[in-house]
Design a protein. Sequence first.
Lengths: 340, 340
Amino acid sequence: MSTDIENRQFRLARRPSGLPEREDFDLTTEAVGPVGEGEVHVRIDYISLDPAMRGWMSSGKSYIEPVGIGEVMRAFTAGTVVESRHDDFAEGDHVTGLLGAQTHAVVSGDQLNKVDTSIVDLPVYIGALGMPGMTAYFGTLDVGEVSEGDVVLVSAASGAVGSLVGQIAKQQGASRVIGIAGGPEKCRYVVDELGFDAAIDYKAEEINDAVRRECPDGIDMFFDNVGGEILDAALANLRVHARVVICGAISQYNVTGHVGDTGYAPKNYLSLLVNRARMEGFIILDYIDRYHEAYPSMAEWIASGKLSHKEDIETGFDRFVEVLRMLYTGENFGKLVLKV
Amino acid sequence: MSTDIENRQFRLARRPSGLPEREDFDLTTEAVGPVGEGEVHVRIDYISLDPAMRGWMSSGKSYIEPVGIGEVMRAFTAGTVVESRHDDFAEGDHVTGLLGAQTHAVVSGDQLNKVDTSIVDLPVYIGALGMPGMTAYFGTLDVGEVSEGDVVLVSAASGAVGSLVGQIAKQQGASRVIGIAGGPEKCRYVVDELGFDAAIDYKAEEINDAVRRECPDGIDMFFDNVGGEILDAALANLRVHARVVICGAISQYNVTGHVGDTGYAPKNYLSLLVNRARMEGFIILDYIDRYHEAYPSMAEWIASGKLSHKEDIETGFDRFVEVLRMLYTGENFGKLVLKV
């Protein structure tokens, strides 16, 4: 069976320069291939849009091979099993996996995770319980080592990762959690919905003054998704033995197209010396073997409503590139997901 | 007694702008005060010149209070007990302590360490067995976490700290140790005397090309005393899970006079993200309670000749400022010490 079903795919046509454009992708159609022994045919229901995708489109040394020209764009997805020749999966099961920007996939069952949508909705498994949730959990606790009484600053605080970082820090006993976001609506959300102690609107305020005002005794942990001047403002206000967690640098990804080839250099880096502080990058893919450590706490916090999460669900497979661009222009609000 | 002895002192007259000048200090003379109960009168024989002294002269937030205007300049010293009213010290004992840029000091015995000059000469106790030695030991092993097979890069490799870092890394089983130094004489010393695998002459070579050539598979630990373009070249060549130890930034101290207010910002910092690497500053004063962990290994390595060390001993108390400046102009060769 399966072969009369059409699979539509966004394939990388060329490496973007700056912000990705529609012309950087080809929209192709092919028949879904036959399902071999041990394989599963998945109808993709949701495609996750993540800041890291910009890096995957660029050539050059990175933590993962770039997507090849002509290949289906790499993406996290959640879907429904259409046909299974793998013992662990049956028709109708919900699954997640790195299945790419396409409407269907036939893959080995070993590449899929079965998820229980009676507890939380399917899109949450690519959000608060997916890569963004795991990123927030390990970034805050393992790399950022947040402990009781800490002052925590988070950039992109209304985003998929940042929103969870602040809430996890609060669960861990942080004394004060400040979020940086763009615009009054996002700032209100960060304080009123997520329970941060304060928010800084980087579009309306001089960032150095605002960080100094909101963190008068300095910062113990800064979780950075943004880079640029925001990173410098945090560096200038570190406490002794502070941790700066470099999760991303979304302000910089589209400057040259290369992660690690930034347009902005942090002039206050010697604050690391004066404050015996540490700045450390991490990649969530390194933690896949440890996800099981995070699931019990995260699932409990989400189920009990202690962790608020918001999905920004856009609809229409054909809008993939348009929706992807929203990540880098700050238009999305919450975890950005494309409903196929 | 004591009061007929003259004490000569370099006192900070004003905060230097850029490289310290003679006019930034007053040379004063006063009688040595009476020795109270529990106190010791020390004749200072050697004054240590250390890069950190530039930061101590500047106002502004740092890891230690700045030297006040009119105060004796802070400095590590080694000397001989002239008179003691403390049970642990007797006339003729050799001691070290933070006694300042002066010829005599009367201090509480609790501020002094007695040292055994039958094992190594007195100046070594403010060098390889003093602050520079402890800095190299804890920076390499505790912060830098060097382990067997590591590729290690060290800036200011012929200096008091850097020369020991490379040798300690070798003792720890590093597979390749590369030093950066200025000029052919220092580079020869780094390879021939200290046993580094290679040296890069930053005055003669383009630093990026040279680091790439000498570390073709990347760097596991970079120990930085210099900052600026050298730091950026190292960042561009990190291995996964690399450690960048920020011990100092001597290229930057005299730009503005403030540590943490650097003239050069490292544009390759996102290499920390791609390589899940860590950049961490440390201050040796935080490790004073752990010096006892380092002494047995360091003393054994020095006594057995496994750690080569070189003191650059300049003579004449009056030359204090002139000799201090040699640190920042790269004129010294080995641990810079002023013989009083």
